[in-house]
Every structure is written in C-alpha cells, then in structure tokens.
Design a protein around this ligand. Structure first.
Ligand SMILES: [Zn+2]
Length: 100
C-alpha cells in the first residue's frame, strides 16, 4: 500500500476509529514517513480486497499495521477473521503457558 493512501485516509480513519491503531490486532501504528518500516508501520487496508471488488471508500478502509496487512493480503474478510481468531488464540495460549 502506498504512502499516498496513508496521507489521504489516515486522519479520517483515525478520527472515526478512535486513534492510530491497527483495526485487527490493536497495535499502535507508526507514521510511515517518520520511521523505518517495522511490523507496526501504519498502512491502509481494504476490508474487502480490491481484487475482490472492494472499493476505495471510507466504509471499506481501516488503519492496520504492515504485519496484518501482509498476512491478510488478498484474503476475503471472513477467512481473515478466522485467521485472526486463530492467531489470537495462539498468542493467548503462549502467554498462558509462560505464566505457569
Ligand atoms: Zn495489526
């Protein structure tokens, strides 16, 4: 996703969604221009991918980190939600095991 998308949409989306956080994993996002690329560099994601007919309109866009954006790629949204759920569960399991 190019930086011009970020410039055009990030302020609107951050205002709507309550800040510069990844819509999928909740990570605080870095401004793409101010930092070297990290897994938490801010990107704009098409909820329904463009390849599946998703449009570049506010209703179909969210802020997300580059890690989630890369993992999601062109997954349809329902498949991605399932993937996220599994990822959260694995993270929960790991932290749970560590505490024991
Ligand atoms: Zn994320």
């Amino acid at each position: 996703m190019s930086k011009s998308y970020w410039k055009t949409w990030s302020a609107t989306l951050a205002k709507r969604d309550g800040g510069y956080r990844c819509a999928y994993c909740g990570a605080a996002l870095y401004e793409p221009s101010n930092a070297p690329a990290t897994p938490y560099t801010g990107t704009i994601d098409h909820v329904t991918p463009r390849s599946l007919g998703g449009q570049t309109v506010t209703d179909n866009l969210v802020l997300c980190c580059s890690r989630c954006n890369n993992e999601k790629a062109n997954m349809p949204h329902p498949k991605w939600q399932k993937h996220l759920k599994e990822r959260r569960f694995q993270a929960w399991e790991l932290s749970h095991r560590k505490r024991k």
